[in-house]
Design a protein. Structure first.
Lengths: 229, 229
């Protein structure tokens, strides 16, 4: 029996298949691209130094090439984030996940935080920009502020986490973020969404994308339980 | 009674006072700089976006301004690492701690790893370059290879860890690294050297520098046990 709300394609196109582990070899990145292609996910999210490599492997597919900027600490200068963004786009990236400057946010230097994001949005041109708040380090008020600064800076997504902080996505945070941005802004969960049931719960809460490493397991389970589209 | 081997000054000048936590506010960074100044440590190791701020605070002192490049994953492109290095130096950094490309090392792409480091060394000009191997992710053979590539690339230090991987410095790794580079190369420990006794043990094993957050505790203990120089 089909799933009442989400088709297999819709589930797959929610997934940014994560290839970010620092210790991943090129062979493992290649395998990751093959999984992304086989399951026709939304994108791979790869290391900046692997963008060209992944773009070559995924040429002609319907899988976007995502990468990260200022990752995972967000502590690079704005100029370095801009440089990294431009190079990522030149190398073939179509989606940019940038970490905001967490320290400046927690210092109350909101305009600097917004300007930092806006510079990356500008550098990305027509590409999608997702801004990672890294909720693990933020108070509830800081999460709300970060959402508002991200929207004001012109980015397309707010994203919960890098997956490399002490905590990752929570449903409570998705609800808070959803209520802190306008309806045109999208939300990406990351860090800890590892099962199909969890992914569906996050979709119900309002995400458009989720970072995942367990892509094959989740989509295989979908097919087993609900069949192919 | 004085310590038989290490003066207080020598201990202090071993310490790179770490101000790298992504969530550190500017007020906390300022306090960190005051500690670095009070205890006259070797350097602060600050976030790239804080280099100017720290350089202003430490002007006229004997404390070096260190920062990080491609930190903590080492997955940025060489071009981004070079850009980040040049900007750090322009902002006032005198020491650069760069993470090597862990994924390329583990893929056996040794020449690319060496070239990546060499490009940063060149961009740093006359500044000190420390190369973080991030031993947590490496086999014994990879640690040795990384030491040799670092020396061939012209860097000044091999450094054990970022402090943000599952494991940090070990005495066994210091011994392995010491035996894998020539005597002119220096070694920096980081991640987990938190007590005076540990720091002395690492000095005995051959380090020249250690990253630390417990700077005040360690030097206060030195004074209590061994007196001031």
């Amino acid at each position: 029996m089909a799933h009442p709300k989400y088709s297999m394609k819709q589930i797959a196109k929610t997934i940014d298949h994560s290839l970010l582990k620092p210790e991943m070899t090129r062979d493992e990145v290649k395998t990751g691209c093959e999984i992304a292609k086989k399951y026709d996910v939304a994108s791979v999210c790869c290391k900046p130094a692997d963008v060209k490599f992944c773009a070559d492997l995924l040429k002609g597919t319907d899988v976007e090439i995502g990468t990260v900027v200022g990752f995972p600490h967000g502590s690079s200068t704005t100029e370095t984030k801009v440089f990294e963004t431009k190079q990522a786009v030149a190398d073939g990236a179509t989606e940019i996940d940038v970490v905001l400057n967490i320290g400046l946010l927690k210092s109350g230097l909101n305009q600097q935080v917004q300007d930092d994001i806006a510079a990356v949005v500008k550098a990305a041109g027509d590409k999608t920009v997702k801004v990672i708040l890294e909720n693990a380090y933020l108070t509830e008020a800081e999460k709300v502020t970060a959402c508002k600064l991200t929207e004001a800076a012109g980015a397309h997504y707010v994203k919960t986490s890098t997956g490399y902080a002490p905590t990752g996505a929570t449903i409570a945070d998705i609800k808070l973020m959803r209520s802190s941005v306008s309806p045109k802004m999208k939300i990406k969960s990351a860090g800890g969404v590892r099962t199909l049931d969890a992914l569906i719960e996050y979709l119900d809460a309002g995400i458009s994308r989720s970072g995942a490493t367990t892509t094959a397991i989740m989509i295989d389970e979908y097919v087993e339980r609900f069949g192919r589209d």
